[in-house]
Every structure is written in structure tokens, then in C-alpha cells.
Ligand binder design. Structure first.
Ligand code: FO1
Length: 310
């Protein structure tokens, strides 16, 4: 079975871990958002890509979901002493990733090539593809002006009100090599429970991606459970963009792109209205507190793709 999963950061990484535990390594390709990448302290940081790779490599920090486990913070402490910005916390082990990636990018190598080599070094057997080798950046248009994603998300703790979101650089960006092939050759495409507006929208906006996803057996896992985001600002963004957050709102957002939506048991009341949108609802526990939850959700989604499809 060939599965392509579209993922942002922590939520996407958790489901990718579950899928990786059920599927053979060559059966899974994870296509990861890079629109929240940024330059910081002279380094190129790719948070979602690293979060997914570290999770699949079993080297991620289980407490935060991002960064490395067994981390130390000596460089950050010294940077702070020198007056450098420390709002974005980069651990010593994690810094090695950004330094070596930046060195190789400066030599003109592609992010997808570097990512494949890093995955080999970390023992990640699955294929992890950045959505593009080109530079695309999510810009949040807020009541406090335009903010880069990490400035909005980490530095401002997603407090400014979002009016609109744009992806700068998208007009000149192409999907990374192998992205379209992975989508077109997949038996199932899974949209992970990542933020629809800032994690999955940039991937879907790349030329050819949305049509490949809608042509396939595509299933999303709702990142909204009981009207709230599992993590991060997704529910707040729905409200600020004028849409009450719910599993049904997620279905409406992905209408025409997905054929099924996994919703949490708590959202079973939305099943009928989701069906009326022409989307098959699959109801199960979607909260991934531990490894067992991740495995169970992966099983449910894969079972649905293989046998529940009508
Ligand atoms: N998230 C935070 O909330 N605070 C941080 O200081 C932080 C540092 C960080 C460093 C490396 C990395 O790969 C991720 C990091 N994240 C941090 C997570 C990241 O900002 C978000 O999870 C994603 O960008 C949202 O998808």
C-alpha cells in the first residue's frame, strides 16, 4: 500500500509516527509544509520538516513535540548573554541541524536532497519531502500589521487578530521533485490534523497539488475537536476569519479536495451535515496522547482507506 501524508508540525508528526508504525517504510511518504521556515541567527530553520523527521527518527522531544529529546541549551544561554534574540529556542543538538542545512543550502544544494541525507543519518526509513525546494513564507495579516509566521506564532504567542493569510513566493514555487509522483501514485492520501490555514493550505496551493489530492482517495483528520484546536491557533483563526470552528467547518474548508473526514467521537453530531456536503464522515477517537492513540488512529484511517471506502 502506498500512502502520501500531508503534514504540518506537531499534529502531523504524531499521525506520521502512527502511520510509520503500521506501514512498511517504503509505503509512506510524508509531504511537509515549509511555509513556516525562516532565517534566524544566520541559519535556515525548517520547523515542520525537522519536527516530522525527528519524530520519525525517534529523536524528538516528547514534551514539546518539536526539537530534540535529551537536549541541552548551552548555545542559547551564551547567545542570550551576548544580547542575541532568544525568543525562538534552539537547543544544542537542534542547532547542528540548522547549521549543516544552512551550509549546504549556501552551496546551492536543494532542501529535498539535504532532507533525504539527514533522514538517512537519523535512521528515518520513510520518505520525507519538503513541499517545495523554493522559498515560500506564510505572512499573517493581522490587526498589528503583517507578521512572519514564527513571529506571530512563537514571539507573539498567536495573540494578534488574523485578518488574512498570504504565501509570499508561492507564485514562483513548484512542488519539490517526487511530490506530485507520490500523490499520483498513492493508494490513499491523508491530510494530517494540522492547521488547515497555515500548514496544509500552502502545500495545497502549489501547482498541481490540489488537483492530485482531489483526484485520489483523500481523507483528512479534523484538527478541530469539540470546537477547539488540538494545538495552536487553528480554532482562533477560524473565529477571526468569520467561521465558527467545528468539524463541519473543517469539512466545508476541504470540500472538493477530500472524500472523507475523520472526526472525533465528540463531534458525531456533525456526521449528518458532513455527509450532506458529499464527504464521508468517519467517527473515532482522534486525540493522540500517547503511542497507543497514534497507532490506533493510524489503523482506523488505513482501514478506512482499504476497506471502508464506498
Ligand atoms: N515553538 C515554540 O512555541 N517555541 C519555541 O521556542 C520553538 C522553537 C523551535 C525550534 C525548532 C523547531 O524545529 C521548532 C520550534 N518550535 C518552537 C515549534 C514551531 O515554532 C512550531 O511548532 C511550528 O512552526 C508550527 O507548525
Amino acid at each position: 500500500m502506498k500512502i502520501a501524508a500531508l503534514a504540518g508540525g506537531v499534529g502531523g508528526a504524531k499521525l506520521a509516527q502512527g502511520l510509520a508504525a503500521v506501514l512498511g517504510p517504503r509505503e509512506l511518504t510524508v509531504i511537509v509544509n515549509t511555509a513556516d521556515d525562516f532565517d534566524h541567527l544566520g541559519l535556515r530553520i525548517c520547523p515542520d520538516l525537522d519536527t516530522v523527521c525527528y519524530a520519525l527518527g525517534g529523536i524528538s522531544n516528547p514534551a514539546t513535540g518539536w526539537g530534540r529529546h535529551d537536549e541541552t541549551w548551552n548555545a542559547m544561554a551564551e547567545l542570550g548573554r551576548l544580547g542575541a534574540p532568544t525568543w525562538f529556542r534552539l537547543g544544542d543538538r537542534d542547532l547542528a541541524t540548522h547549521m549543516e542545512r544552512t551550509r549546504r543550502l549556501n552551496l546551492g544544494q536543494a532542501l529535498s536532497t539535504i532532507t533525504a541525507d539527514f533522514c538517512a543519518a537519523w535512521g528515518v526509513g520513510q520518505r520525507v519531502l519538503p513541499m517545495t525546494d523554493d522559498r515560500v513564507a506564510s505572512i499573517l495579516e493581522t490587526d498589528e500589521g503583517d507578521l512572519d509566521f514564527q513571529e506571530y506564532f512563537v514571539q507573539r504567542a498567536f495573540q494578534p487578530r488574523v485578518r488574512a493569510i498570504r504565501f509570499s513566493g508561492l507564485e514562483n514555487a513548484a512542488p519539490a521533485p517526487a511530490v506530485l509522483d507520490a500523490l499520483q501514485g498513492a493508494d490513499g492520501i491523508i491530510l494530517c490534523p494540522s492547521n488547515p490555514f497555515v500548514s496544509l493550505a500552502p502545500i495545497l496551493a502549489l501547482p498541481g497539488v490540489q488537483s492530485a489530492v482531489s483526484a485520489g482517495r483523500s481523507i483528512a483528520v479534523s484538527p478541530i475537536v469539540g470546537g477547539r484546536a488540538i494545538k495552536g491557533p487553528a480554532a482562533k483563526m477560524f473565529v477571526e476569519l468569520g467561521i465558527p470552528p467545528s468539524a463541519q467547518a473543517v469539512a466545508e474548508y476541504y470540500k472538493g479536495i477530500i472524500r472523507a473526514l475523520v472526526i472525533d467521537d465528540i463531534d458525531a453530531v456533525h456526521a449528518a451535515s458532513i455527509s450532506r456536503l458529499g464527504i464521508l464522515p468517519l467517527i473515532c477517537n482522534t486525540l493522540m496522547h500517547d503511542r497507543a492513540d497514534r497507532l490506533q488512529l493510524a489503523h482506523q484511517v488505513l482501514n478506512f482507506l482499504t476497506s471502508g471506502w464506498q
